[in-house]
Structure formats: C-alpha cells, structure tokens
Design a protein around this ligand. Structure first.
Ligand SMILES: [Zn+2]
Length: 270
C-alpha cells in the first residue's frame, strides 16, 4: 500500500509538470483573455503599475488581464456623489441612523458585469483588482480608521465559492490606505437567503436581521471601523453589520461598497 501511494504522488507530480509546460506553451501562442468580457486583452503595457502594486501586497505576480475597452468603461461616480446614506429605506427607531456609505461605482455597465464574474466565474484575481481600484478611490477621502473588515459569507457559501469576494476586495483597499485589516472580527451567526433573490426592501431587512455577531477575540470598544462589501442594493446587509459593531462598543462605523445601484443624498460621513 505504501508503495502504491508513493507511486500515485509521483504520477500526479509528473502530470502537473506536463500540464504546466503545456500552459506555458499556450501562453506563448494564445492572446491573454480579458477577465471581464473574454476578448483578447490589448493592455499588457498598461498593467505594469498594477503588477508592481499587486506584488507588493501579495508577494507574487497577478494573473489578470483586462482589455482596454473594459478598463476605460468603468463608470466612476462624480466625487460629490460617492457618499450616501446606507439605508435606502430609513427605519423608525433605527439603532444607527445616518449611517454613511461610500460607493464610488454604479452597479451598471462594466462594474455591473465585473462583480458577477467574480462570484460566478470564481475570479478571485478580479476581486483583488476591484479592491485596488476601490482602495485608490478611498485614498482621496483620507479615511482614518482603527480597522477595516469585510462583510463575512456564511460558512456554507464560503465552502461553495472558495473565497469571500468582499474580503478579497477589502484587503488590498486596507493595505493601500494603511488601515489594519481583520477578517475574523465580524461573524455570520445566522444563515440568510441571498439578498439578490429578495425584491422587497422590508423582506431584505428581515432576512439579514441579527445575521452578524462580533468575535469574542476582539474588543472593539471606542474603535472606528470601516465595513466593506462588494455591492450594495438597499444597504440592509451593511446596516445590520454596523449595528452589530455598535452593539459591541464601536464608536464610529463607516460602510464602503465597491458599487451600488442607488443614490441617496445628504449623508454626513464625518
Ligand atoms: Zn474586456
């Protein structure tokens, strides 16, 4: 039995080597494909700055290509439209009224195509790219915070997808802004339905009510904390996560999402 298992390992290493060699050969003859639209990428020279940044953060080169057409179509909001109120439907007796949300992209066009590609194409690299974009937008805002935390996925969904896209977006954004990162602070204490499957705002709020807890490993008393998610629709998920942080003693919570599909004026973030 011992011999058989050693032989199996040898075979799989050998096959892996062959596969790598073929991949290298194909890379020489096939054009790079855009991670968003799938067309041939024509922007290798424009990625040198990003490659350097990625290597600083992760210690390896990125495996990502985005074509010029997609790159130039990210529809960034005007600076004065990026801050809004987190809840699209403010509640009576809201535990954290006036919760501010920063959201630099509209969830349309390329941003609207890119985010689903992360989830359903399992493209962690694309999430990290969006995180770097988000991070450079936040940089201009001069946000000072004690911690940046991603909205957690349920263990079931994490196992299904293999990674949490909110975490992959939040981590480079935290590094670019020198804000300490904590991926184990917020926890899912209740499994919820996908918000995107629910149409009604009240139903969405009820779905995520009590969904989040704060890990006993952390004492957040008096802290300013930034929560990051990929996409915001009604704002109910981020609002619920913020409520959990306030209950645990945080003194200020700000919400950030890469993209969203609504805009509410008059937020006062600071
Ligand atoms: Zn493209």
């Amino acid at each position: 039995m011992m011999g058989a298992s050693v032989r199996n390992t040898d075979v799989s290493t050998f096959q892996k080597g062959i596969r790598e060699a073929f991949k290298d050969a194909f890379d020489l003859i096939l054009p790079y494909r855009c991670a968003i639209c799938g067309n041939a990428s024509d922007t290798e020279d424009r990625f040198t700055g990003y490659n350097r940044l990625y290597k600083d953060i992760y210690g390896v080169d990125p495996e990502l290509h985005i074509c010029g057409k997609c790159l130039s179509s990210f529809n960034i909001l005007e600076e004065d439209k990026r801050w809004s109120l987190c809840l699209s439907d403010p509640r009576e007796n809201d535990a954290c009224p006036g919760l501010a949300l920063y959201m630099p992209f509209t969830y349309q066009g390329i941003a609207g195509r890119a985010v689903p590609r992360i989830k359903f194409g399992k493209k962690k690299e694309l999430a990290r790219f969006l995180g770097c974009l988000l991070g450079s937008c936040i940089y201009g805002e001069d946000i000072r915070a004690d911690l940046m935390v991603p909205v957690p996925l349920s263990p079931e969904r994490l196992a299904e997808r293999g990674f949490n896209q909110a975490e992959e977006i939040a981590y480079p954004a935290s590094r670019l802004n020198d804000i300490p990162f904590a991926d184990d602070l917020l926890t899912r204490i209740k499994d919820t339905k996908r918000q995107s499957e629910l149409r009604d705002n009240t139903v969405r709020s009820k779905n995520v009510a009590g969904a989040f807890g704060v890990s006993g490993l952390w004492d957040v008393t008096g802290m300013t904390i930034v929560i990051v998610d990929d996409v915001v629709t009604t704002g109910a998920t981020l609002h619920e996560a913020a409520e959990a942080l306030y209950k645990a003693g945080a003194s200020k919570v700000l919400c950030i999402a890469f993209a969203g599909n609504r805009y509410i004026k008059n937020a006062e973030p600071f």
